[in-house]
Ligand binder design. Sequence first.
Ligand SMILES: [Zn+2]
Length: 382
Amino acid sequence: MPIKLSVERQTNVGRLCKITEWGTFSDETDIQTPAYLTYTRFGHIPHITWDVAENELSLKQKQIYQLTLASFFEALEAIEKTATYEGVASFCCMPLNSIRHLSLHDPLAKIPEGFNNNKSMAIWSGKAGRRSIEPENFIKILKTCKPHSFTTLWDYDTPFNVQKKRHGKSFYRSSEWDMALFEKNHTIFEEPGFLPLAGGISKESRIAFAKYFGPKPYANGFLIDLYHFSHGENIQNKSEFEADIVSDLISDVTLLIQQDVPRLVEGAFDPYQILCLVKNGCDLFDSSYTVLLAEKGIGFNVAEDYAKTGTFSVVDFTEEKNKTDMTPLCSRCSCYTCKTFKRAYLHHLIACKEMLGFTLLIIHNMTEFDRMFEMIRAHLAQ
Ligand SMILES: [Zn+2]
């Protein structure tokens, strides 16, 4: 079953699309993009309960939850044993009326290099360390997890410092795994797969990926792999996110692929970077940035002219200046945190490492992230 996407407007600041069907998710869907997948870790939005997520976050659109395989890999056996209809969602008590997409990495966890091989892709699972996924066991994992869509296997090991030969190997492995998953077994997938458009900082390699994966009839989504540009703390050999470089890398790629297919970028990107990626035709992101900041004791606000300029600011609650500040985190925000608490109290909670501090920052950051995407969509519609 596909993801049905129609391009409503294509401008030089991005494209506005509408999604009316999402894979095996049976309810009616009406999602406008640019939009985001709500990041989860171990099947939860970190630091808040599902009850709070459902009742306190008044988010604008139907949620697409991003299941991060690396974060709950160790529970797969237990999930399989429960053998319930909704897989990982029932196991983690997730709201069952929402869409679930399975991503392989946890964008905020360790993604070291050098552990993929010709047979398998490596992911890093909490304290348990490395886990290798071969195409055959990935099919089994999908059956256990029961997502509505998934990101497929790819060899992501191409940071900025690798040689041309390594790019060739990454392309070869990714296409071999694709062959094993889709060309030999494509009839078994009901869920749409997001195919990789990788290649690190090699434009040549990015174009090779686009030419190979772009026209595939089973491409129901594309993952534009920019993990090495992400803010994720534990990604080795990161590249600086320079808007011109990233734009040069992906602009030709988006021309070579099918247009009525969503383009996802996984990883923690700040508001300015997200706007740059929207300009380059990206449709979907994940909300891991909100958690990355909250866990450092930081809240963020986008400026009123954000959709034009990409301007945003951060409030770091580890800084002394917030200790006696009796204003809210954001005076125009109507989230529970901003309506109820002052900056001084948030500073106190963060200083004491009280869990409530992270909870309140997640509530605000998620609300602001959601508002930010609404501003982007409104700007594109003008
Ligand atoms: Zn707020």
